[in-house]
Design a binder for this molecule. Sequence first.
Ligand code: FE2
Length: 331
Amino acid sequence: MKRKISALLVSSFLLLSACNGQNKTYDSSDYILELPYQENFRVLQLTDLHIADKDNQDLHFDFMDITINESRPDLIVVTGDVFTFASKGTARRLCNYLDSYDVPWTVVFGNHDEQCLFSIEWFSNYLTNYGSNCIFKDLPNDDVYGNCNFVINLMKNNTIHEQIILMDTNRYNYNGVFGYDHVKQSQIAWYEKMVNYSTSQNGGVIVPSTLYYHIPLPEINEAWEKAQTGQDGATLDYGEKREKSYPPAYNSGLFDKIVELGSTRAMFFGHDHLNNFRITYKGVTFGYGIKSTDRIYYAEDLMGGRTMIIHDDHSLTYEEHYHTYDEVNYD
Ligand SMILES: [Fe+2]
């Protein structure tokens, strides 16, 4: 009898493991993609496109053209809410548009990206296999929660000059009070593993990194409050706050881990369309992106994108791009 119960438990466990689909531990190196670093490397952040089937998509593309041409990026990162109510055809069309620049580009997912006629899994698989200029990786059935956790190493003379870390801040939390989801413990463990791995690859020296995701971390509010008075050395470096920040209610501890490890000194996100500020707090820059279409809600004077420039000495500078749909030329 006991044996039967044990066998039942084991088979139930195996079935559950197979069903949750997130059970394989990959090597750190499996999560890494590489790009050549070149002097004054320019990363353009676009965010919260919210492109839908019903839109005049050519108009959005023509609008984004202005920012992309002005930025002259070496890498384009779209930080989530890429779509809302989009079909696979619209997703393919946007990817083909981004790819047409012949510049490496990538995507992280936002909470609205699950509100489409395709699943996040379909889109992440599509991006993983896109080829051409798309630089994206979602390892199948891994033990890291989410669908866009990977790293881009910027290589200079066969060494890792900088890392760009991409993370999934996930979508909605349906447990208890409905709200935005949070970064899970498996992702924080993964982040630590990746930072430690690159340190070991770099002869024990920490590799400077920047981090891109969609939903701001809970510390966004204390960073803003403290920056108003300079408390704890917090500084408002740029921009303004025109709406409340909407981080997840639960703080799972990623920011504390970032400060502890000392690799990531700037992180960029979207989500709250009317904020464009940058704050440095505890040695880490919190940077809202600049919304890149007029979909959902927006401010006429807060649309475009931001270029972060990584210099040889690892300093970071920024160029903000603001444009209006009036600039789109149909002649
Ligand atoms: Fe959004």
